[in-house]
Design a protein around this ligand. Structure first.
Ligand SMILES: CC(C)(COP(=O)(O)OP(=O)(O)OC[C@H]1O[C@@H](n2cnc3c(N)ncnc32)[C@H](O)[C@@H]1OP(=O)(O)O)[C@@H](O)C(=O)NCCC(=O)NCCS
Length: 165
């Protein structure tokens, strides 16, 4: 893996980032229809734990996550995306580490995330980032999956990671 590219700046997300993110997200997810899963509310009400990555003012990555309201000490990453041109150079890792630092400062000790079993790249990425896969009720390609977790036919792989001190 190459060195971190410090010409890419990471900053808190803001409401004006909503439109630029929504306009690229389906493309960044390889044509899957994702925009509906990322409502504007995250860009209004979760700005302490959501981040944008920019190269010369161009959006090249983002992370949307939050500290759980219901589970003390727990945080959740809802979305992470890196521009296809920028992948494989450590930006996803940087965004996650930025988030880990932010939620650790909020007292979090554990981070959760989920992904669709079809998203093999995301499964590999989370494993490299030190997440464990939680037990499932079915197996999909050797991976434990929670069947119907997000509704009919919407199976999900669930990840959990303990944050080190
Ligand atoms: C998943 C994603 C965010 C990774 O971003 P990235 O900048 O390419 O990731 P990094 O370069 O920081 O990689 C971090 C680690 O994960 C590994 N990794 C990343 N993508 C991988 C893949 N597709 N297959 C295997 N390993 C992968 C890297 O090798 C690296 O490991 P290392 O640091 O131990 O060497 C990016 O591929 C993406 O935007 N995908 C489309 C959106 C998506 O599916 N998001 C996740 C679900 S919300």
């Amino acid at each position: 893996m190459s060195h971190e590219d410090m010409t890419v700046k990471i900053r808190p997300i803001r409401p004006p980032d909503y439109q630029p993110v929504i306009s690229v997200i389906d493309h960044w997810w390889g044509g899957r229809h994702m925009a509906d899963k990322l409502p504007r509310l995250f860009f209004e009400h979760f700005t302490d734990t959501c981040f944008a990555a920019e190269r010369d003012g161009e959006l090249v990555g983002f992370l949307v996550g939050f500290t759980s309201q219901s589970r003390p000490g727990e945080a959740y990453i809802h979305f992470v995306g890196v521009h296809p041109r920028e992948r494989g150079h450590g930006l996803g890792r940087r965004l996650y580490e930025h988030f880990f630092a932010a939620v650790r400062a909020n007292g979090c000790e554990q981070v959760r995330a989920i992904t669709a079993p079809v998203n093999q790249g995301s499964i590999r990425f989370h494993q490299r980032m030190g997440f464990n896969i939680e037990p499932g009720d079915i197996q999909d390609g050797g991976v434990p999956v929670a069947a119907g977790y997000d509704g009919d036919g919407q199976d999900r792989v669930r990840f959990v990671k303990a944050l080190a001190d």
